[in-house]
Design a protein around this ligand. Structure first.
Ligand code: GRF
Length: 234
């Protein structure tokens, strides 16, 4: 599966994805990294991995016009799926109408709590006792769309926002490649057991893996966490 990764910032998630792709653990071919921020660290990371990059500032351009250019780059790269990894722009109807493949997003909260920018700060300030991150299919409403995987960790009394953020980041680096691998394996399907229409289905079901079962990896993170569906040794 040819993936294009869109990022606006430092690109730690993009880097993790590219590392897994390069090592062969992830069954994807990163064909393009795109950014609306020509200064994004993510672009430097992509270049280090030899992944072609496309960048253009969105400043002063109507959203639709900008997205039409993004689409042009995706078509030229023959991208089959779009992976949003800290892409800090809303996508327009033009984009959704023009790209027919799956689009995934990673969000640093347990959605549907705290959509939008500043989610970890908001969930900490709110006093949530469990924080975490979510990967979901992208729909037009920001940070909505059917959930694929979520990971949660407890907030200790001595935690501060600064102590929590690196933990959330470590979980992001675990769950995003996993979700992408499930997508590449075509194992994410609408679960319409309650009679809904597949197009309107909110619930995603992980189909069993073909071939021999692979035991879940013993991932040692220096804090307790819960993830669903369970991680595999992809
Ligand atoms: C992550 O926290 C992700 O959840 C959010 O943007 C951030 C990107 O971080 N969508 P990085 O650039 O991958 O380090």
């Amino acid at each position: 599966m040819r993936i294009a990764v869109l990022a606006s910032g430092v690109g730690s998630n993009l880097t993790t994805i590219l590392e897994h792709a390069q090592s062969g653990r992830l069954s994807v071919e990163p064909c393009l990294a795109l950014s609306n921020n020509p200064e994004a660290g993510a672009l430097l990371q992509a270049a280090k991995f030899g992944v072609p990059v496309w960048s253009k500032s969105h400043v002063g351009l109507p959203r639709e016009e900008y997205d039409a250019e993004l689409l042009g780059a995706l078509y030229a790269a023959k991208a089959e799926a779009v992976i949003l990894a800290g892409y800090m722009r809303l996508l327009s109807k033009v984009f959704f109408n023009g790209f027919s493949g799956p689009i995934l997003n990673l969000h640093p909260s347990l959605l549907p709590a705290f959509p939008g920018a500043g989610a970890p700060q908001q969930s900490f300030a709110y006093g949530e006792r469990l924080v975490g991150c979510s990967v979901h299919f992208v729909e037009e409403v920001v940070d909505s769309g059917p959930l694929i995987i979520q990971a949660a960790l407890p907030v200790d009394d001595d935690d501060t926002f600064e102590t929590l953020m690196p933990k959330i980041r470590l979980l992001e680096h675990r769950i995003y490649p996993q979700a992408i691998q499930w997508l590449a394996q075509k194992r994410l399907a609408p679960d319409c057991r309650s009679g809904c229409h597949p197009e309107a289905c909110r619930r995603i079901r992980l189909l069993p893996r073909s071939g021999p079962a692979v035991p879940a990896p013993q991932v040692e993170l220096p804090f307790p966490y819960l993830v669903s569906p369970g991680l595999e040794d992809f």
